[in-house]
Design a protein around this ligand. Structure first.
Ligand SMILES: Cc1cn([C@H]2C[C@H](O)[C@@H](COP(=O)(O)OP(=O)(O)OP(=O)(O)O)O2)c(=O)[nH]c1=O
Length: 190
């Protein structure tokens, strides 16, 4: 059976594949994550997931089955990436406090013959957060490498009132869509 590769350095994505028993290896894929002028969130995450899958496949010399993914938090049509420092993280958390936002998560699958992507959108409601609470959250170290500066699978679970969508999508890899893609490529899952 062709080896499944995950073109990602995100430990969360590895954990999610492990959760449903999808054995995989990883491959390095570096892509430029700068949004294009006028690009909306769905187009942005889809383009990056495709680029990561394509770069991973190229790194393997064009052989294998490669998954790429990208996740962005979107508030008032603005894409929030990962915080660059403490001030940036605190500003992001203040933006998300006491309201809803959307999380766009794309997954792409590439083989030598074809490449395809799916985009999953979730709506997340966060309770109001106090300044001291945001500061303590930053100090925990959790926000640093997460889109939007929070992790649903971590301490931020205590901030989230409600989710309409996909928990795995918010965490970084929508598993339902991932399995759909794998089946579309003729790969048995579960
Ligand atoms: C919103 C949210 C994001 N995240 C993480 C998932 C992703 O790792 C990260 C979004 O950044 P991405 O740029 O999508 O991914 P990455 O740079 O971490 O990994 P790679 O490009 O190598 O695949 O935010 C969580 O872990 N939990 C959450 O609740």
């Amino acid at each position: 059976m062709t080896t499944l590769y995950l073109a990602s350095k995100s430990p969360r994505r590895r954990e999610l594949l492990d959760q449903i028993g999808l054995r995989h290896a990883t491959v390095h894929a570096e892509v430029d994550e700068t949004p294009l002028a006028g690009e909306d969130a769905a187009a942005y995450v889809e383009r990056l997931a495709l680029a990561k899958a394509r770069a991973g496949l190229a790194g393997l010399g064009g052989r294998g089955l490669v998954l790429g993914a990208d996740t962005s938090v979107v508030v008032d049509a603005e894409i929030l990436g990962k915080p660059t420092d403490r001030e940036h993280a605190l500003a992001m958390l203040a933006r998300l406090s006491g309201r809803d936002h959307r999380v766009y998560s794309a997954v792409a699958l590439a083989s030598a013959e074809r490449i395809e992507a799916r985009v999953q959108v979730s709506r997340v409601w966060m309770r109001p957060l106090g300044a001291a609470e945001c500061e303590a959250y930053w100090t925990s170290g959790e926000p640093a490498d997460k889109a939007g500066g929070y992790a649903i699978q971590g301490r931020a679970a205590a901030f989230i009132e409600r989710l309409d969508g996909s928990y795995s999508g918010v965490m970084g890899l929508p598993l339902f869509e991932t399995c759909e893609l794998l089946r579309a490529f003729g790969r048995e899952v579960l």
